[in-house]
Ligand binder design. Structure first.
Ligand code: AKG
Ligand code: FE2
Length: 348
């Protein structure tokens, strides 16, 4: 069995009386791992909605190339083809072995950006799915507010109002099977090592489709199984949540933004010394689809000190958490400025 992470699995569907305990568990997981599995009971986002989103994603990537090319990524919205995004420019030989499509805001259930023709019948569903993702993020942000003792606990939630312009993105990802990308070398990755930019990220994956790895505190890579032990019988894989750079920066590094990547790792072909191998029942031979929701505060949100004694007192974190970050010297940025700075480095 491959080395896998010990990312905690939390059920946030508990009753009212449980929310303080759940909030504490969430904060502990985010502070230690930067990642947490949220058990998927279909309460926050229905299982049918998730399944449908994956179906729409398959339709999107199967659209004629010219249709996708017409929607080429601009201002972080639209289609990015194979090798056009390089998440780890210092290390990668070629860009990521993936296609992506970023959906920004919808207005009255209609996209506000060019979308392939095949998406026109699905705009209402996409808009509703994006809204559900955003609401789940706000629920998590409220729990972080409670768990960190922020006064008021709604401090983060308020600045993530769905009615205000923000850089939040719903992203569909398609990683072709290795058999379709014979040019891939052993060292190549499907998505280069990176940390996410925003406040929180939701990641939806499909059973059996391996590839995600996180950097451990000892600088090794650990596989992040789609269905960790204990969730195999759940109706749908858990939703993986991770902390982005913005929320880590905002909380003085108390909440961790953990580096992760997607590899071709198979026990057969990836012999790199640090390759963690595969979790039981998972493989990378199939095409891989994932759906990501990157949640961002409203654009003009100033990232001022978080009114929480615990965050204020977390001095040691700031010094280490920001090593290598271009914004290590603390100055008040807005959410928008923070995002622009990070995006510049990604698209070559
Ligand atoms: O596809 C995945 O599992 C992860 C993708 C990811 O980390 C990202 O797009 O930021
Ligand atoms: Fe990511």
């Amino acid at each position: 069995m491959a080395k896998a992470t010990s990312i905690p699995i939390i059920d946030i569907s508990g009753g009212q009386g449980d929310h303080v305990r759940i909030a504490k568990e969430l904060v502990d997981a985010a502070a230690e791992h930067g990642f947490v599995y949220i058990r998927n009971t279909g309460q926050d986002i229905s299982l049918a909605q998730i399944e449908q989103a994956f179906n729409i994603s398959r339709t999107l990537f199967q659209s004629p190339l010219e249709d996708k090319q017409r929607c080429k990524i601009e201002n972080n919205q639209g289609w990015s083809g194979m090798h056009t995004e390089t998440l780890d420019p210092k290390t990668q030989r070629v860009g990521d072995f993936k296609e992506g499509f970023n959906f920004g805001a919808f207005a009255d259930s209609k996209a506000t950006q060019p979308v392939p023709k095949s998406m026109e019948p699905h705009e209402g569903d996409l808009s509703a799915f994006r809204d559900s993702c955003h609401e789940l993020c706000r629920k998590l942000l409220l729990l972080f507010g409670i768990g960190l003792g922020v006064d008021p606990p709604s401090f983060f939630t308020e600045v993530h109002s769905p009615d205000k312009a923000s850089g939040s993105i719903l992203r569909f990802l398609y990683y072709p099977p290795p058999s379709a990308t014979p040019s891939a070398l052993e060292a190549d990755v499907r998505a280069g090592a990176h940390s996410d930019y925003g406040s929180v990220t939701l990641l939806f994956r499909l059973k059996g489709q391996a590839g995600l790895e996180i950097l451990t505190p000892t600088n090794g890579w650990a596989a992040v199984p789609v269905c960790p032990p204990g969730t195999e019988d759940d109706p749908s894989p858990p939703i993986l949540v991770n902390i982005g750079d913005l929320l880590s920066y905002w909380t003085n590094g108390l909440l961790r933004s953990t580096v992760h990547r997607v590899t071709f790792a198979t026990s057969g072909t990836n012999k790199s010394a640090h390759a963690p191998g595969l979790a039981d029942g998972e493989s990378t031979t199939d095409p891989r689809y994932s759906i990501v929701y990157f949640c961002q505060p409203a654009d003009n949100t100033p990232l001022t000190a978080v009114p929480s004694e615990r965050v204020r007192n977390f001095q040691s974190g700031l010094a280490t958490a920001n090593v290598g970050n271009p914004y290590a010297e603390r100055k008040v940025l807005t959410a928008d400025e923070h995002l622009k700075m990070r995006l510049q480095a990604t698209y070559l």
